[in-house]
Design a protein around this ligand. Structure first.
Ligand code: ADP
Length: 267
């Protein structure tokens, strides 16, 4: 079983990702797709007059500050436009895909963090009213039910808090939790870069391999949102996933290329 996470940044070729997945699915491979939608969410939020707000924690992690209105815009884009766009592509390719958020059936569940520590103008501030969290539990029963009946699950944040409140969670780390819970053979984190770059944005500085027992030391090469991917990779391999690959989703056969060793392989 393979968990594929495709990001939401500019340049990602969803047609290529879906065509590759459909071909592998038709050949009998069990797959689950998790997706993002950050680029489109930013555009829609601007258009609706509620521009995105990103905060950086004292340890250097960037995240979207998610007040209730942001959460609703986030759901419109992730669960609506992005999720249904991918499901439609797969359906057109003959794959019976089912699109669900982490809220549905509590597929992704975790603790609600209402406040976030953010560095603003060199000072650490506590911002309240945040609808975020981290996935701690995965409803594998529902996923296995779908896979067993021949449906390809297409999953997206938000997750559900233990109290049943929608929370924004990082898609890469949610995919990692899913891969661990399902004992997946591989986790693919596909984005708009060839993999983890030693000197971003120089694409010729691609790191080809990262030893599974040393992933954290590669955090120093990742800036802003790439840090979450490296963290997700560390969580997945420490949780027993044999291989995590940072791959390129901009063209070609992104899933097949990554499984054939293109990109950054963590094992
Ligand atoms: P997605 O939404 O596709 O999952 P993100 O935007 O969250 O992807 O993260 C990927 C981005 O991380 C890249 O587009 C790039 O701008 C940035 N990045 C930062 N540091 C690196 C690095 N060392 N190697 C590759 N990408 C990096």
């Amino acid at each position: 079983m393979i968990v594929v996470k495709v990001g939401g940044s500019a340049g990602i070729d969803y047609d290529a990702v879906c065509a590759d997945i459909a071909a592998r699915w038709a050949a009998g491979e069990k797959l689950i797709l998790v997706h993002g939608g950050s680029g489109e969410t930013n555009r829609v939020a601007e258009a609706l007059g509620h521009p995105p707000k990103f905060v950086t924690s004292p340890s250097g992690y960037t995240s979207r500050f998610t007040d209730r209105q942001t959460l609703e815009i986030f759901e419109m884009v992730y669960c609506g436009k992005m999720n249904k766009g991918i499901v439609e592509r797969l359906q057109r390719l003959g794959v019976n895909a089912v699109g669900l958020s982490g809220l549905d059936g509590r597929i992704f569940e975790g603790r609600h963090k209402d406040s976030v520590r953010a560095v603003e103008n060199g000072k650490v501030k506590v911002l309240r009213g945040d609808h975020t969290g981290t996935v701690e539990k995965v409803n594998t029963g529902l996923i296995e039910l779908l896979l067993g009946a021949g449906y390809l699950p297409v999953l997206t944040p938000p997750a559900s808090s233990y109290e049943g409140v929608a929370i924004n969670v990082d898609g890469d780390r949610a995919a990692a939790a899913l891969a661990v819970a399902l004992k997946a053979d591989a986790l693919l984190l596909l984005s708009n870069v060839p993999g983890l770059l030693r000197a971003y944005p120089d694409e010729s500085s691609l790191i080809r391999e990262i030893p599974a027992n040393d992933v954290e030391s590669y955090l120093e090469f990742a800036q802003d949102r790439m840090k979450k991917k490296v963290l997700g990779a560390a969580e997945a391999v420490q949780g027993g996933v044999r291989r995590v690959i940072f791959g390129d989703a901009r063209a070609g056969q992104p899933v097949t290329a990554a499984l054939d060793g293109a990109g950054t392989v963590v094992q």
